[in-house]
Design a protein around this ligand. Sequence first.
Ligand code: NDP
Length: 256
Amino acid sequence: NATRLIGKTVLVTGASSGIGAATAVLFAKGGANVILLARRADALAKVNEACVAAHKESGLRQGGKFAAVQLDVSDRKQIAELWTKVPQDLRNVDILVNNAGYVKGVEHVGDISESDIEGMFATNVLGLIAMTQLLVKDFKKKQSGHVINLGSIAGIEPYAGGSIYTATKHAVNAFSGSLLRELVNTPIRVTEIQPGMVETEFSIVRFRGDTAAAKKVYEGLEPLTAQDIAEEIVWAASRPPHVNIAEVLVFPVNQA
Ligand code: NDP
């Protein structure tokens, strides 16, 4: 029941494009307040505008408060200063969507640069952990909250050329499972969403800006859209309080 989202405050990392942007807009449409977090201020501003429009269209009086926060989740110092960038009335977060993440390169393990290795771990794993630590402290104090992590099929099945990315997503999978078990018998929920192929900027980043190579990945199949995954996230967040959706594995029909 989506009415459970009305008036809630959601923090979405990686909200400037793809799954994060679609998720922010869908929460906005459902009457939630949203903190949008990413590195690109211009792209965030556009998603912020889309949230305002979606809330207006919904006709709901509740919710409708949005804040775009320019922040790099791979930088612990910036995370420590997060609340200084968030308006007072949005600091009581109910749902954290840990979505920021990327893969760069499809090289053999011996050819991957140190900066790509460290960058992927710093964002996909350490950034996600740091954001979770920050929010779970508050969730424990108020005895409510929901952590939703973006894992991947790559967090279950490794693939050739994806050694570092799959290692980061396996880490997300292990972290999410441990967190879920640590918070058992509390009202705090933990969900891991594990998408298959979704057509977003993800593939363009993976191929270092080569859009033709990025498009080729989807040849012969109909990939998921960011909206498909946003709907899974919002669905998990809007279950009754006693229901915890632990994992959601979602594929395009023509991906095995
Ligand atoms: P996009 O590239 O479209 O979005 C990634 C988002 O993460 C962007 O908003 C980007 O914003 C943000 N981001 C990246 N690095 C940082 C950082 N250091 N700090 C803050 N924000 C950051 O890709 P998707 O929407 O597809 O990806 C979202 C999540 O879904 C990722 O975790 C990805 O691993 C996962 N996923 C994607 C799949 C796919 O096929 N697309 C499949 C399975 C999982 P900015 O550049 O402005 O910082």
